[in-house]
Design a binder for this molecule. Structure first.
Ligand code: SF4
Length: 355
């Protein structure tokens, strides 16, 4: 049960949201919503999947391209896998793109092209975890669901001066967020909490002077807001090492290989290379005079730092690789490669320089 203070906080937040909601391409703002406009569940779902661990700024361009190319879930469901994976390039976490397609196809084929409205039914779809299910149910369908992302955790920890470090504090923060969620306008409330965390209650420097809920904020009153939420120290990420091979044929064609469907960068196009492990040790994809580009490519994944050696070679027209296929220069699109593979491509230019 929410108490009077919690009800006042959510009323103040909604009032602030009505006046200051961010304009976002996937959002139906409070005025339009009050006028009866409903959010498109497809756009809400697509934005929430894209926004996982990525910023609004990074998502905006991809969202515009996706919704122009595939304006509804049926269009996305019918898209070729490779086109969707290429359009996803730059957003990282390619397993999400594969799940995105699987989800679109399930909604198109098994739900008549309509997203289910409850969080429980949404969570049964591929790639939709508890957070995304709650966000889509609340924002698209106004279901009274509690949506807790990092912004919401921060606001809740500060408002109630929760000093237990994350992740142990998660359960308490979810309970606080649930008590703040109103029965009516749960979607707008969720977006108000996210907006407050993204704009005013910022991670390092909360701008409490202009905060609509400053009068209720225990973290501010105790002078500890900027230190919250506390976080338990993360273990150091291990290093892994590997080798990437960039072969250019006499006609300019480049040797590329589609990665296996499962695992990191699964299903994405890339340069043939070694496994990534404590040491790098592998056979090149074809016999040639390989030379190493000075330096290395570094890339950080969620669980490890990767260091890649890049070997390059130029081979004659009839070269016959054991792995991968030569892609003609006219068909080579560096922008469609995952970020790591684009870094390898840039680094390979150093190796191709005349010595
Ligand atoms: Fe965040 Fe400051 Fe507002 Fe508290 S008063 S919620 S710390 S911006």
């Amino acid at each position: 049960m929410r108490d009077a203070k919690e009800a006042e906080i959510s009323a103040a937040l909604l009032d602030w949201y009505d006046r200051h909601a961010r304009v976002l391409p996937w959002r139906v703002g409070p005025a339009a919503r009050a006028g009866g406009e409903r959010p498109d569940p497809y756009r809400v779902w697509l934005s929430e999947v894209m926004l996982q661990q990525t910023t609004v700024a990074a998502v905006a361009g991809h969202f515009a391209r996706f919704t122009t190319t595939w304006p509804n879930v049926a269009a996305l469901a019918a898209a070729p896998d490779a086109e969707v994976m290429a359009a996803w390039a730059g957003l990282g976490y390619y397993a999400r793109a594969r799940n995105l397609l699987a989800c679109a196809r399930k909604v198109a084929n098994e739900h008549g092209g309509h997203f289910p409205e409850s969080a429980a039914a949404l969570a049964a779809l591929p790639g939709i975890g508890p957070y995304t299910a709650a966000a889509v149910a609340a924002i698209a369908f106004d279901a009274p669901e509690t949506v807790v992302d990092a912004n919401v955790e921060r606001v809740a920890a500060r408002l109630f001066a929760v000093q237990t470090p994350l992740p142990a504090a998660k359960r308490d923060l979810i309970a606080i967020a649930a008590r703040l969620t109103p029965e009516r306008r749960a979607g707008d409330h969720a977006q108000a909490m996210m907006d407050l965390g993204a704009t005013i209650c910022a991670p390092r420097t909360p701008d409490c002077k202009v905060c609509p809920v400053a009068g209720f904020c225990k973290g501010r009153a105790e002078g500890i807001a900027a230190t919250l939420p506390q976080k338990a120290a993360k273990p150091e990420k291990p290093n892994r090492y590997g080798t990437a091979y960039v072969a250019r044929r006499a006609d300019g064609a480049l040797l590329l290989e589609r990665r296996p469907p499962r695992g990191l960068l699964g299903g994405m196009l890339g340069w043939p290379g070694s496994e990534w492990g404590p040491h790098t040790n592998s056979a090149p994809p074809l016999a040639a005079d390989w030379r190493e580009a000075p330096g290395e490519v570094r890339h950080t994944f969620t669980h490890f730092h990767l260091h890649l050696r890049v070997l390059v070679t130029e081979v004659p027209q009839g070269a016959n690789p054991e792995r991968g296929d030569f892609t003609p220069p006219a068909e080579f699109q560096p922008a469609a490669l995952p970020t790591l593979m684009r870094k390898v491509w840039l680094h390979a230019q150093i190796g191709f320089l005349p010595r």
